[in-house]
Design a protein around this ligand. Structure first.
Ligand SMILES: O=C[C@H](O)[C@H](O)COP(=O)(O)O
Ligand SMILES: C=C(OP(=O)(O)O)C(=O)O
Length: 359
């Protein structure tokens, strides 16, 4: 009796819900199109080391990861980077500023999933184009002299862009995922692990511990070939407090509680605080207030707070992605952001707080 399934039977079991498959460019091809030359690679490496020095307390400045919630228009993001660059230089005695250059958006349910996934903003999903735009922008941001900060969401895309990234994040929705913890263990830059949307900090602490050690997982190599990746473990993973669905966790008591969890886990007692998301209840007008309160803790001598995250763009607020009307230039299409002037004032206050702590 022939036990092999008949072709018609195979058609009933294989890729039943895949509409079509499209070839993906290889990481090497993309690197060749938008190369990171030796000088720029040196800048990325120096940026990562500078971030690690702040996280480890070797450098007493505050790390600030600031920029749009998501990049949907590379031109506006580059203009933002051009404005941020001189400010980063001016405030560099107190702040180490990296730019949020986020291309991947984890969604609570549904929504635009970021520029790599959908650069056309229309669901057409031209990932090859998305990767090209993302890498080109990351190289440009590096050329300007700013370390770039990205969230890593898709486990395949890091091979395309990670060499340009100075600081990475695993988001609140994926911090419990083994896939993301394994990925973090092999990433070359410091990785911030966010507390879960329901507020669980213990989950992020678990993620830091899990990513610190070697793992073996499947992925792709630089040629785009399937590969078994053996990682070394990432010693520079750290906690990011982002508040929760039920309220903020940037206040002194919450920070002390988080630091105690790190201490009990035998991890360095250092936290980055996200002034947006649950900490601002997604109200961009709350972000400067939150940042000021974080700054007050820093100025009062809190050594555990080593960084702050801000969502900021050229125009304040947010807009819906509406195909029937033109988008406002430089305004977020995901979470609401602080506008440029408020951002500059907020950065200045954070710088003063870092200097006060040093004094
Ligand atoms: O930072 C962006 C958003 O908070 C995140 O992607 C989740 O967004 P959503 O809850 O609107 O899906
Ligand atoms: C999605 C983000 O944050 P969180 O994971 O904290 O919701 C973000 O920073 O873009």
């Amino acid at each position: 009796m022939n036990t092999l399934p008949k072709p018609t039977e195979q058609a009933r079991v294989v890729d039943r819900r895949i509409e079509k498959t499209v070839p993906l460019i290889t990481p090497l091809a993309l690197h060749d199109e938008f190369p990171l030359n030796d000088e720029l690679a040196g800048r990325v490496a120096d940026g990562r080391q500078a971030v690690a020095d702040v996280l480890n307390g070797v450098d007493d400045r505050l790390l600030v990861v600031v920029g749009p919630c998501s990049v949907h228009d590379a031109k506006a993001a580059l203009e933002y980077a051009e404005r941020l660059r001189p400010v980063a230089e001016r405030l560099s005695d107190g702040l180490l500023i990296a730019m949020r250059v986020y291309f991947e958006k984890p969604r609570s349910t549904l929504g635009w999933k970021g520029l790599i996934n959908d650069p056309g903003l229309d669901g057409s999903g031209d990932v090859n184009r998305g990767l090209r735009i993302a890498r080109q922008l990351l190289v440009q941001v590096t050329q300007l002299g700013l370390p770039a900060g990205c969230e890593f969401l898709d486990p395949i895309t890091p091979q395309y862009i990670a060499d340009t990234v100075g600081w990475g994040a695993i988001g609140a929705r994926t911090v419990e995922s083994q896939v993301h913890r394994q990925l973090s263990s092999g990433l070359s830059m410091p990785i911030g692990m966010k507390n879960r949307p329901d507020g669980s900090i213990a989950t992020a602490v678990d993620a830091i511990k899990a990513a610190a050690v070697p793992h073996v997982f499947t992925g792709i190599d630089h040629d785009g070939a399937p590969a078994i990746l053996h990682t070394r473990g990432n010693p520079d993973c750290h906690l990011v407090l982002r508040g929760s669905d039920s309220g903020p966790n940037y206040d002194a008591e919450s920070v002390a509680g988080a630091v105690e969890l790190l201490r009990k886990a035998g991890l360095p007692e250092r936290v980055v605080i996200d002034a947006s998301h649950g900490n601002s209840r997604k109200d961009h007008r709350r972000q400067p207030v939150v940042a000021e309160e974080i700054g007050a803790q820093v100025a009062a001598g809190n050594q555990a707070i080593v960084g702050v995250m801000l969502e900021s763009f050229l125009q304040e607020g947010r807009q819906d992605l509406d195909p029937t009307r033109e988008l406002t230039y430089g305004q977020s299409i995901t979470d609401a952001c602080m506008g440029w002037e408020t951002t500059e004032q907020t950065l200045e206050k954070l710088r003063d707080a870092a200097i006060a702590r040093r004094g």
